[in-house]
Write a protein that binds this ligand. Structure first.
Ligand code: NAI
Length: 291
C-alpha cells in the first residue's frame, strides 16, 4: 500500500487540537498532507504543533466554528497558505446542553446546534465553494455520532444536532456529486478522548465494558483511520455514507436477548423454536463454554 496516501493534498480539520481531531491531524500529516487546523483552544493547539513531526506542513488558526466569517477565513487560509484544498473535516464539537427537557434553556439549545450543526453547514458551504472554484473535486467529512442514530446515547440537543449532521451529509452528498465533491459522515461510538473521558474515566470504562461488544476502548486513532480512508482517493466512489466506528455498539442493538442476561443462557442450547404453533421446540446443549 502507498506509504503516503494524502501526499499533495491539503486538509482543513476543525477541532484539530484535541481528541479525534488531533489524532486525525497527526495521521494526515504522516500520510503526506498539509493541514490547516481551526480550533478555539490555543494551548492545546500549541501542544499539537510542538508534537507534530512535520510542523512545516501544519498551520493553526484560532477559529470559532459557529461563526461564519471565521470558518470562511479558515477555508481561505488553506488556499492562501498551501495553494489548494482537497479535504474538509468538520469535526469540532462539545457536549452542549444537558438536563431534563423541561429544564433546558433555549439559548443553550441554540448554542448546541450552532457549534455542532451550523458549524458543519458552514464548513460544507465554504469548503464546497472553494472546491467548486478549483474544479478538481474533494472530500468533506463530518463527525456525527451514534447519538444521532438512536435515542439513549447522549443529551437531547446533542443527539438531535448530530442527527441533523447525518441528514445534511446525505443532502449535500447528492447536491455536490456533480462537482466530484464527496460528503460523508463518521458516527463514532465511545471514543476515549478528553471530551468523553471527562473527570470520571472509570465510569466511562465501566459503561463501555457493559455495552460495547468489542473488547478494546475506542481511540482517536480509530476515527482517524476512517477519516483517512474517506479523505483518500481509495474511497472515491463512496459518498453520502454515515460510517459507524463504534466497536459494535449499535450492532448490539436493544440487547433484549443478551443484555439482561450476563451469562447468555440462551446461547447454551442450539435448536429451533416453533413459537406458539403447537409444535415442540427441539434443542441440544452446545459443546464448549458459551462466549
Ligand atoms: P475533544 O474535546 O477532545 O476535542 C474537540 C475539539 O473541538 C477541542 O480541541 C475543542 O477546543 C474544539 N472546539 C470545541 N468547540 C469549538 C468551537 N466552537 N470552535 C472551534 N473548535 C472548537 O472531543 P472529541 O471527543 O475529539 O470530539 C470530536 C468530535 O467527535 C465532536 O464533534 C464530538 O461530538 C464527536 N464525537 C465524540 C465522541 C466521543 O466519544 N469522544 C463520540 C461521538 C462523537
Amino acid at each position: 500500500m502507498d506509504a503516503a496516501r494524502l501526499s499533495d493534498k491539503v486538509a482543513v480539520v476543525t477541532g484539530g487540537a484535541s481528541g479525534i481531531g488531533r489524532s486525525t491531524v497527526l495521521r494526515f500529516l504522516a500520510e503526506g498532507a498539509k493541514v490547516v487546523v481551526g480550533d478555539l483552544n490555543m494551548k492545546a493547539a500549541d501542544q499539537l504543533v510542538s508534537d507534530a513531526a512535520a510542523s512545516d506542513r501544519l498551520y493553526v488558526i484560532r477559529t470559532d466554528v459557529s461563526e461564519e466569517a471565521e470558518v470562511e477565513a479558515l477555508i481561505g487560509a488553506a488556499t492562501d497558505r498551501f495553494d489548494r484544498l482537497d479535504i474538509v473535516f468538520n469535526n469540532a464539537g462539545i457536549g452542549g446542553a444537558f438536563g431534563p427537557i423541561i429544564e433546558i434553556d433555549v439559548d443553550d439549545w441554540d448554542r448546541t446546534f450552532a457549534i455542532l450543526t451550523r458549524s458543519v453547514f458552514l464548513g460544507i458551504k465554504h469548503g464546497a465553494r472553494a472546491l467548486i472554484e478549483q474544479g478538481h473535486g474533494g472530500s468533506i467529512i463530518n463527525t456525527a455520532s451514534v447519538a444521532g442514530l438512536a435515542g439513549g446515547s447522549g443529551p437531547q440537543a446533542y443527539s438531535a444536532a448530530k442527527a441533523a449532521v447525518i441528514n445534511l451529509t446525505l443532502t449535500t452528498a447528492d447536491e455536490l456529486a456533480p462537482h466530484r465533491i464527496r460528503v460523508n459522515a463518521i458516527c463514532p461510538g465511545v471514543i476515549f478522548t478528553p471530551l468523553a473521558v471527562g473527570r470520571h474515566p472509570e465510569r466511562l470504562a465501566e459503561a463501555v465494558a457493559a455495552l460495547q461488544p468489542w473488547p478494546d476502548h475506542g481511540s482517536g486513532d480509530d476515527i482517524a483511520a476512517a477519516a483517512l480512508w474517506l479523505a483518500s482517493d481509495e474511497s472515491h466512489f463512496v459518498t453520502g455514507e454515515a460510517i459507524r466506528v463504534d466497536g459494535g455498539l449499535m450492532a448490539a442493538g436493544t440487547r433484549i436477548s443478551s443484555g439482561s442476561d450476563p451469562y447468555r443462557v440462551w446461547q447454551r442450547y442450539a435448536g429451533f423454536a416453533y413459537g406458539t404453533s403447537g409444535k415442540p421446540a427441539h434443542k441440544r446443549p452446545v459443546t464448549g463454554e458459551p462466549k
